[in-house]
Design a protein around this ligand. Structure first.
Ligand code: FE2
Length: 381
């Protein structure tokens, strides 16, 4: 691999509307004058404490580069912008890090390289930590959080067996997102259930609350009692399932990612939540970013054209079959004091049915994923 450690030649092109930089490894990279001015690193452009931009790019619509040069080592590049006669220095490697003059691979359905997809075999090596270690050892906590992000799943054991203790687990990496279900909610048998999750029926793999906008991004499920027969927890990597769908039938993948499904949840005179989003959501660069899959809360789909609806249902069925394939299911029994955390934008969860004898009592809550990513980035390990 070629190491890039600065520029050896720079020149103005397009009458000052851009520059062309020749890297020491031979690569040539172009940058526009507007982009360079907008991203200037000086204290008049960026606040020195928080990095927030202090200028407005529309103030520089007529800007051009009057001069450009390098220092002797090629590590710094000096620019003069006209007509404001603004002199700015950039470290060359900063510009190389943020280059945008590159070929973009048009891969549809790619996955962030920091993530690793998994199937059933993942159950042999689940990322786990004990609560006390997570609280007291920053290095262990960091490794566990990185795994949580990488796999979209991790377990935490030997927590306090006390109602509400899951709040302390959320505190390890983020902030609880309160909903109409409260700060946290109980998942327990309830004869007068308003939601099927509160019965002893099995639940197929699903993501939670796709009817919310935005959807909850992380979920903690925490066990207080589990003396029933059955009631095992199951998780499935939705990103992996989406890639399998694409490999098996790219047309079906396109249907589920291009057209929005419709999700709805109502509790009479109390709550009415609704959203329209694809089952497989892609970013503008076609990265898989969110899976929404919940048979219980899917509402009449109206955003798929008549001539595509029959195929859409075939695609939905195939995706469902892949998700429910035993080769993808990671199954485990959650014991009191244990909990698991999932990325609800990626990993589906399920449970097997359980008998009425004994008690199965879980508590759950939602946490925002940006808090997890921020913690990983800033933790003093
Ligand atoms: Fe759920």
């Amino acid at each position: 691999m070629k190491v890039n450690n600065g520029f050896k030649l720079v020149k103005i092109i397009d009458s000052g509307k851009a520059i062309r930089c020749l890297c020491k490894n031979g690569d040539a990279i172009r940058y526009h004058s507007n982009w360079l001015r907008d991203n200037s690193l000086d204290s008049m452009t960026r606040d020195v404490n928080n990095g927030q931009r202090l200028i407005n790019h529309s103030d520089f619509s007529d800007i051009y580069i009057e001069s450009v040069s390098l220092d002797e080592s090629g590590e710094n590049i000096f620019l003069t912008f006209a007509p404001e006669n603004k002199k700015i220095t950039f470290p060359s490697n900063w510009l190389i890090k943020y280059k945008y003059d590159k070929k973009i691979k048009k891969i549809i359905g790619w996955i962030n390289p920091n993530l690793k997809t998994w199937d059933k075999s993942f159950s042999k090596n689940l990322p786990e930590i004990n609560f006390e270690e997570a609280k007291s050892n920053k290095s262990s906590l960091y490794k566990w959080l990185v795994s949580l992000n990488k796999y979209g799943f991790a377990k935490i054991n030997r927590c306090k067996i006390k109602s509400g203790a899951l709040v302390e687990i959320a505190d390890l990496f983020g902030y609880i997102r309160e909903t109409n279900y409260g700060k946290f909610f109980n998942v327990k048998t309830n004869v007068n259930a308003i939601n099927l999750a509160y019965t002893n029926l099995g639940l197929n793999p699903h993501t939670d609350n796709p009817y919310r906008n935005p959807v909850p991004t992380m979920q903690i499920l925490y066990c207080l009692e589990n003396s029933v027969t059955g009631g095992d927890s199951i998780v499935v990597d939705g990103f992996y399932a989406a890639q399998l769908l694409q490999n098996q039938n790219s047309y079906f993948f396109d249907l589920l990612s291009k057209y929005s499904a419709h999700f709805e949840f109502k509790e009479k005179n109390k709550v009415h939540l609704e959203s329209e989003r694809p089952l497989i959501e892609l970013s503008s660069s076609k990265e898989i970013i969110t899976i929404r899959f919940n048979n219980r809360s899917i509402a009449p789909i109206t955003n798929v054209p008549y001539k595509k609806m029959a195929d859409y249902y075939k695609a939905y069925n195939l995706f469902s079959n892949i998700i429910n394939n035993p080769k993808l299911l990671v199954k485990f029994k959650l014991n009191p004091g244990e909990c698991f955390i999932i990325d609800n934008t990626r990993v589906l969860h399920a449970r097997t049915s359980y008998s009425g004898e004994g008690t199965r009592w879980l508590q759950g809550c939602y946490v925002d994923k940006d808090g997890l990513l921020s913690k990983i980035s800033t933790i003093n390990k």
